[in-house]
Design a protein around this ligand. Structure first.
Ligand code: ATP
Length: 507
């Protein structure tokens, strides 16, 4: 199936089964804004809990906060966002579609890289066990040519971005003969910078009101609270502050479902370290975060690291963890070494000393920061993408199943009386009541048992528990496992243990 078709199916499935709805849909929707439905909200909460536990509960030196969305407007002057939080955009005059100039160029690079990957795959097939990939990459003329092209493009793009040379950015798009994916034409406007900050008014409108912003990242709420937390928590370096919260960006190009939204949620952790140790901690967090993703059980080949070609104004090292979304590998999480840029800037702007007295070295300094910044919504989309499975069954029928990692699944167990009579609902309710205080459970008596199983498959429920006439005689039930569809007869008292084992996070 083409990737585009899979994406459409995932979006339709997410709507049909109560995961994600377009915001204000009955008013024709609000572009690039989405609402989470009854199962989506559960899945999102489970992802949040997994992150919070992994960061705050499992690390004794990381604490969590919850800062306000509104901040003093000078925060954004001091952090550089008002001046530099821009994206270079270009419009195609025929399709009237707007693109991020750097992303058009990066897609072109990905195509060249795809050619290299194809050559490698072909050669690997031809040479079998004798294939030496490294040597092939270094010697094959076609690979070398494409590699050189990629390097030259990256060099020119980074230079243009760093020097804010929008003319050359456009010229690069023209020289590479990049066409609009919609109209196919190369009829481009000039490249222009767009600031991504949303502004609003604090106080009554009019002269007295002051302009404030919806935060475009959660990180600044942590930086401005660095001293508060360090002092009240008596924290010693290295230590971290974690936060989950909404962020807002007036994204100009927002066509990819919940991948790029105007209102979204970030899970960020800023780790404060002694200057000079930041590369070591950067390496540590890079590996640690990849382990977090892999511990979900989502196969490794869906993830990869990508080193930034152009570093943000505050960073001295930056890697993304990319995920293989239906539209290809794209950023899921960023790991950045932010130096003392933010604390230093706020210290300068406010004139307040933001420093750490290090008892080991007898020195005071502005700590360095290594941050891990992940989009909650993008993680949600990654989970949906990896989970969506269409299966042909032995009897010729088909089922659509969400293979959501059990500990993240919205519902852990469905309790289903086989029929609506003979005391089966009462018995099933008893089981429901014994489980629901520990696990999110779902009770349903309508429709045939087959239809009810399919609905549970479609929302990713790992277990369905069926109460039948035998249950009334010997206190046993049928437990059906989602992926294998295997059914076992077990005593009622074993249900809780089976669910607990399956939803344990294995680290
Ligand atoms: P991109 O290059 O895709 O615009 P970014 O580099 O601007 O992302 P960061 O500023 O590093 O993103 O933000 C950290 C994380 O927040 C990203 O890795 C992503 O998961 C998430 N994120 C950023 N922008 C959005 C958005 N508009 N919608 C949903 N998630 C987002």
């Amino acid at each position: 199936m083409a990737n585009e078709d899979i994406f459409k199916k995932i979006i339709a499935h997410a709507k049909e089964y109560g995961f994600v709805f377009q915001s204000s849909e009955i008013f024709d929707g609000l572009s690039a804004v989405y609402d989470y439905g009854q199962y989506g909200a559960e899945l999102k909460k489970n992802i949040m809990d997994y992150w919070w536990k992994s960061m705050v509960q499992y690390h004794e030196n990381i604490v969590g906060i919850d800062a306000a969305i509104f901040m003093h407007p000078d925060v954004w002057k001091s952090s550089g966002h008002l001046d530099a939080f821009n994206d270079p955009m270009i419009d195609n005059k025929d399709s009237k579609k707007r693109y991020r100039a750097d992303e058009l160029i990066e897609d072109h690079i990905a195509k060249l890289q795809g050619k290299i990957d194809k050559e490698v795959a072909k050669a690997s097939k031809r040479f079998g066990d004798d294939f030496d990939e490294q040597k092939f990459l270094e010697t094959n003329p076609r690979v070398i040519r494409n590699r050189e092209k990629i390097d030259a493009i990256i060099k020119r793009m980074v230079k243009a971005l760093e020097e804010d040379d929008l003319k050359d950015l456009k010229q690069l798009i023209i020289d590479l003969e990049i066409a609009c994916p919609i109209s196919g034409s190369k009829n481009w406007t000039d490249v222009r910078q767009f600031n991504l900050m949303f502004a609003t008014q604090l106080g009554a409108l009019g002269d007295g009101a002051s302009k404030i912003y919806l935060r475009p990242e959660t990180a600044q709420g942590i930086f401005v609270n660095y001293l508060n937390v360090q002092k009240t928590g008596r924290m010693k370096l290295p230590f971290g502050i974690a936060q989950i919260g909404k962020a807002f960006r007036n994204e100009i190009v927002a066509r990819q479902f919940i991948f790029r939204m105007r209102e979204f949620e970030q899970m960020e952790m800023q780790y404060f370290v002694r200057p000079g140790t930041e590369q070591e901690w950067f390496k540590y967090w890079k590996e640690e975060r990849m382990k977090w993703h892999l511990a979900t059980g989502i196969p490794e080949e869906n993830f990869r690291f990508h080193e930034h070609d152009k570093l943000a104004h505050y960073a001295n090292a930056a890697f993304d963890i990319e995920f293989n979304f239906p539209m290809g590998f794209k950023e899921l999480e960023g790991i950045h070494s932010r130096t003392d840029y933010d604390l230093g800037a706020h210290q300068k702007f406010t004139g307040k000393k933001i420093q750490y007295y290090d008892p080991e070295t007898n020195e005071s300094y502005v700590p360095y920061v290594v941050e891990t910044s992940i989009g909650l919504d993008r993680t949600f989309l990654a989970v949906l993408t990896a989970a969506y499975t269409e299966e042909k069954l032995e009897d010729g029928s088909e089922r659509t199943m969400m293979k959501i990692p059990p500990f993240l699944a919205p519902i852990k167990a469905a309790i289903l009386p086989l029929t609506k009579k003979d005391g089966l609902p009462e018995k099933a309710r008893e089981i429901m009541d014994s489980l629901k205080y520990d696990y999110m459970c779902f009770y349903e008596e309508k429709d045939t048992i087959g239809k009810r199983y399919r609905r549970m498959d479609a929302i990713g429920t790992p277990y369905s528990i069926t109460v039948d006439h035998q249950t009334l005689e010997d206190n046993t039930v049928t437990i059906r496992e989602r992926d294998s569809m295997e059914q076992d007869r077990i005593p009622i008292e074993k249900i809780a243990g089976i669910i607990a084992e399956r939803i344990r996070i294995k680290r």
